[in-house]
Ligand binder design. Structure first.
Ligand SMILES: Cc1cc2nc3c(=O)[nH]c(=O)nc-3n(C[C@H](O)[C@H](O)[C@H](O)COP(=O)(O)OP(=O)(O)OC[C@H]3O[C@@H](n4cnc5c(N)ncnc54)[C@H](O)[C@@H]3O)c2cc1C
Length: 497
């Protein structure tokens, strides 16, 4: 098959998703005759949340050739080595745990962690708290940045925290400087040609913008993929109860850890995201369990603000995914494509993966149904794998103090894959093998699953833990602690002042 001509891509929306997609598709096709136009309405504006990333954002900046020195200061960005979950378990010793981004050093410690988890799952009293076994956890706790001394050749994997408005503006300027066409216009109508193809966006002032490919990054409304093309939306409400968020910033903290805080609340959880200029806080909750007013009051109390000190911002979350992300010549990306609540900060991760996978699929087969179907299947599997891991956080919670947590622990609306993972843990099966067998798109490694199960202390009740018999061998916890401490000496705290 001959290669398709580099297309003219029209992106509707100038939020983080729109500009990330524009940058990546410009990078793919801009130098080969492709063109990218971004149409966005400043009047409608962007959602303006989404301040945490996975390491995929670093990979994207590396791919675009943008150095940290060029973008981080412009976006008030800080490093993120993982997420600390606090208050999700009442089990003594497991009130908090760190979910690290995996890195090369972990190849030495993770097998030992897995070994001890296996013994602890069988009821033996061995150290199996995730915090002790991963370099990122040790570094985050010490407030160290991810840049090692020159003599240490194993930099950790990391993501970032950033100001969502500034990230979008930075990417916009970068893209426009390189030839992406930016049209500050409101699209009023989508002109179709056939059932699933878009001919043009009809904009205010009578402007008609044509293209070969249209990317719907118009946010939760999904103006093209949803409204105009009638794409089916599959909600995740039965699996994930949270449907709202309330957000308030607080002052910048002078010294902070390079981690996102995910702190359990009465009817959901709140994030704590340190930026160089402020701290981001948001309570993700379920409107079935708490009113907006009570959620705002609970958040303000938790972050030490009084009612009259700030105006909380409320957001509704449409949680789920489009059944098909790519239909005809329209790709849905960002919130228009779907949204899984932000517990693991995966939305921009999916945006980046979507743009890269789409570029590869289009280059391989243009609009061929075979490539489109494959892309849609993989995208759906990615969403579902991420959703399951998030659902796992709720389903396995070890709290009994509020209806939200009790109902989540009793929730039976789990995918077969997630049921298999949970069953594997409690029946002593191999987690890595079950993960590989059940998830063809592996959103989370076996190490992440071990951290989740072990981080909540979902072992036999502590009182029943048995001393290890002589014929079984535990991992050398002391040796791993020393090894990680020695590695950590190659890193220094970052001065953010
Ligand atoms: C509470 C919450 C917390 C989140 N936390 C995280 C996180 O930690 N990490 C993460 O990765 N993600 C997070 N997200 C998701 C993240 O906010 C989004 O994925 C990201 O901001 C991208 O949004 P978007 O660009 O798809 O939509 P938006 O930001 O809503 O942008 C939509 C764009 O479309 C334009 N538009 C709409 N209609 C028209 C029209 N008719 N004509 C012209 N332009 C139009 C708007 O002007 C705007 O530019 C969070 C989301 C929520 C709700």
């Amino acid at each position: 098959m001959s290669e398709p001509m580099p297309p003219h891509v029209v992106v509707l929306g100038g939020g983080s998703a729109g500009w990330i997609t524009a940058c990546l598709l410009h990078k793919a096709w801009g130098e080969h005759g492709g063109k990218v136009t971004v149409v966005e309405s400043p009047e409608i504006g962007i959602i303006g949340v989404g301040e945490g990333s996975t390491p995929q954002l670093k990979a994207m900046f590396d791919h675009l050739g943008i150095a940290e020195a060029d973008w981080m200061a412009a976006c008030d960005a800080t490093y993120k080595l993982g997420i600390r979950f606090t208050g999700w378990s009442e089990r003594p010793g497991f009130e908090s745990y760190f979910h690290p981004f995996p890195c090369a050093v972990d190849l030495h410690s993770e097998p030992d962690f897995t070994q001890n988890c296996t013994l602890a799952r069988r009821g033996f009293d061995v150290p199996a708290h995730p915090d002790d076994w991963f370099l990122a956890s040790i570094l985050a706790d010490a407030g160290s940045g991810p840049q090692p001394a020159d003599t240490f050749p194993f930099p950790p994997t990391y993501g970032y925290h950033f100001d969502a408005y500034k990230l979008g503006a930075f990417l916009r300027d970068w893209a426009v400087e390189r030839g992406v066409d930016h049209r500050a216009l409101k699209a009023e109508k989508v002109e179709l040609s056939g059932h699933t193809d878009v001919a043009a966006l009809l904009c205010e002032g009578g402007e008609r913008i044509e293209g070969d490919i249209f990317v719907d990054c118009s946010g939760f409304r999904a103006m093209i993929a949803g409204d105009a093309l009638g794409g089916e939306f599959l909600p995740f409400a039965e699996n994930l109860f949270a449907d709202r968020a309330v957000v308030v910033p607080t002052e910048k903290v002078a010294q902070f850890k390079p981690q996102t805080g995910a702190i359990a609340m009465s009817s959901g959880w709140r994030w704590h995201i340190p930026l160089t200029t402020r701290t981001g806080n948001g309570y993700v909750y379920s409107s079935r369990y708490i009113s907006d007013e009570d959620a705002a009051a609970e958040l303000l109390h938790a972050v030490g603000l009084k009612d009259d000190e700030t105006e909380p911002r409320f957001l509704r979350m449409k949680v789920g995914r489009m059944a098909k992300s790519w239909r005809g010549n329209c790709l849905a990306a960002g919130l228009a494509q779907g949204f899984i609540e932000p517990l693991e900060a995966t939305a921009l991760h999916i945006v980046i993966a979507t743009a890269l996978d789409f570029a590869a699929a289009y280059e391989a087969g243009g609009f061929s149904p075979e490539h489109r179907d494959h892309f849609n299947r993989q995208t759906a599997l990615r969403y579902e794998a991420i959703r399951d891991y998030i659902v796992g956080h709720y389903r396995l919670n070890q709290r009994s103090d509020a209806a939200f947590w009790r109902d989540n622990a009793a929730n039976q609306n789990l995918s077969d894959e997630l049921k298999a993972m949970i069953t594997a843990w409690f029946t002593h099966k191999d987690i890595a093998a079950t993960n590989a067998e059940r998830y063809s798109v592996q959103a989370y490694s076996a190490a992440s699953w071990h951290c989740l199960f072990a981080g909540y202390g979902t072992f036999p009740a502590p009182a029943k833990m048995q001393p290890l018999p002589a014929n079984l061998k535990a991992a050398d916890h002391g040796a791993i602690t020393s090894m990680l401490a020695a590695c950590a000496r190659n890193f220094s705290p970052v001065d953010w002042s």
